[in-house]
Design a binder for this molecule. Structure first.
Ligand SMILES: Nc1nc2c(c(=O)[nH]1)N[C@H]1C(S)=C(S)[C@@H](COP(=O)(O)OP(=O)(O)OC[C@H]3O[C@@H](n4cnc5c(N)ncnc54)[C@H](O)[C@@H]3O)O[C@H]1N2
Ligand code: MOO
Length: 433
């Protein structure tokens, strides 16, 4: 199949056109995410959300020493039950270890995290101990299990083990793990460069006066924000008029400096919809239109090579603000994560029981904005947020998931099972932690 203006369609529209299915579009998009970004060192304090470009192997055990899990007294476990009093030989504090050898019949006062004295293998919690002068009395010593309240060296991370793999996106936990290995920086991929435009003569920048038939620019702000959340280097290129020459010139320039260019608006069949025309004259159209709602008129392709010799990919998202977010989440998010070198991410979907009927049309996948809840019996239920127009951005705000109505259904009845794509923060399938 040639890459130039491919016509590869699946479902039939009322006009007799055939549209590519969502999964087929997603497959084509992902097949274009080739190559990888260069690496750089990044201080841990700035590494949140970045993707590791090298495996991390543990240079030592974490924890480094066998240590106490409780405040109390360290002693030899096999003496428990046989005696009820021990001489206190010294103390081991976190950061100031006891450096002698524990003698038979003796105990060492110890704090949580302090290294175990040589010869000790058990810690008895302070609450079970009574200090009488230089002796400690443990009345119920039979109740203490030998070996208890001790943390083994390397029980969190063993020396030489593979701790994190290249392609891992760094969250707070992973950054904490790197810090526990004494690393103050990590080798990560350089940020993905993405340019964002809005298009449309009616679109006005917030902060400026709204002209009588105008609408404020929502899409550049939602896109800019999700891209920032994914740690992209975003070039905000403002609003383009409905003028073919201006759109072509702006896209050509943006393509030079970026790996991905996103626009919103101008991809439908209206007189002023010049974006997809610009795509076919500047580069290659991989597909235009998918059998989904919202988001059907999406155009995807490339704008040729950028100044670094990489193919600059292009997505012309539809103008309706919900269509922008839904297509971003379902199609662009996986692409961006792959381009960034992330390997482990998979979009999360669950099955839920619909609590109300929902309408659709066969031959396309509908994505309704939904609110899922968990019943007392632990079952997932889902309802819509109400009116589902693709200009109603508040429906995304009220929702905590997308509800998918598959291509072969024209209706969902209350009680039917549906697939939902849970949001975490603003992205469906974004890891929940
Ligand atoms: N005859 C047809 N009309 C339409 C079709 C169709 O197949 N045949 N598809 C509809 C669908 S579905 C969508 S989605 C839209 C997408 O059209 P465009 O991508 O060309 O978008 P525009 O016409 O430029 O804008 C649509 C809508 O969104 C508003 N908009 C645009 N940009 C912004 C922005 N940055 N911030 C906020 N709102 C924006 C714009 O004012 C329009 O209301 O086409 C349908 N029509
Ligand atoms: O795809 Mo459009 O987004 O239905 O409004």
């Amino acid at each position: 199949m040639s890459n130039k203006d491919i016509s590869c369609f699946d479902s039939v529209t009322p006009q007799g056109n055939r549209h590519l299915k969502l999964e087929e579009g997603a497959r084509l998009i992902m097949s274009m995410a080739l190559g990888h970004l260069p690496s750089c060192d990044c201080p841990l304090s700035e590494a949140l959300g970045r993707v590791l470009s090298k495996d991390i192997t543990a240079p030592f055990n974490v924890p480094q020493n066998v240590n106490a899990a409780m405040d109390g007294f360290a002693l030899k476990g096999d003496e428990l039950g046989a005696q009820s009093e021990w001489d206190v030989q010294g103390q081991s504090l976190a950061g100031r270890a006891f450096d002698g050898l524990l003698q038979p019949g003796c105990a060492v006062k110890i704090t949580t995290g302090a290294p175990m004295p040589l010869g000790a293998d058990t810690v008895v919690m302070q609450e079970m101990c009574e200090l009488r002068g230089t002796r400690v009395v443990i009345a119920d010593s039979v109740a203490v299990r030998p070996g208890s309240n001790v943390r083994q060296a390397g029980e969190d991370i063993a020396v030489d083990s593979l701790v994190l793999q290249r392609g891992q996106r760094l969250g707070p936990i992973e950054i904490g793990m790197l810090a526990s290995l004494g690393l103050h920086q990590a080798s990560v991929y350089k940020p993905l460069k993405v340019a964002v435009f809005s298009t449309g003569d009616e679109v006005c920048a917030p902060g400026e006066e709204l002209h009588p038939s105008g609408i404020y620019d929502t899409n550049r702000y939602t896109l800019f924000s999700v891209l920032k959340g994914l740690e992209c280097e975003v070039e905000d290129l403002g609003i383009l008029p409905d003028d073919k020459a201006s759109i072509e010139q702006a896209l050509q320039q943006a393509a030079q400096r970026n790996r991905l260019v996103l626009t919103s608006g101008g991809v439908s069949v209206g007189e002023a919809d010049f974006v997809k025309q610009a795509l076919s004259s500047l580069g290659n159209t991989s597909f235009w239109q998918l059998a989904i709602r919202p988001g059907r008129p999406i155009a995807f392709g490339d704008l040729g090579l950028n100044q670094d010799g990489e193919l600059c990919l292009f997505a012309g998202l539809p103008g309706n603000p919900v269509a922008v977010m839904v297509t971003f989440c379902l199609l662009l998010q996986p692409l961006i994560r792959k381009l960034q070198g992330e390997t482990e991410w998979v979009g999360l979907t669950w099955q839920a029981r619909a609590t109300e009927p929902m309408k659709s049309r066969t031959g396309r996948s509908d994505f309704h904005r939904g609110i899922f809840t968990i019943t007392e019996g632990g079952e997932l239920e889902v309802r819509t947020t109400g009116h589902q127009g693709s200009g109603i951005l508040t429906s995304m705000h009220e929702a905590n998931c997308l509800i998918r109505i598959e291509e072969d259904r024209d209706r969902i009845e209350a009680g039917d099972r549906v697939r939902i794509y849970p949001f975490s923060r603003w992205l469906p399938g974004y890891p929940l932690v």
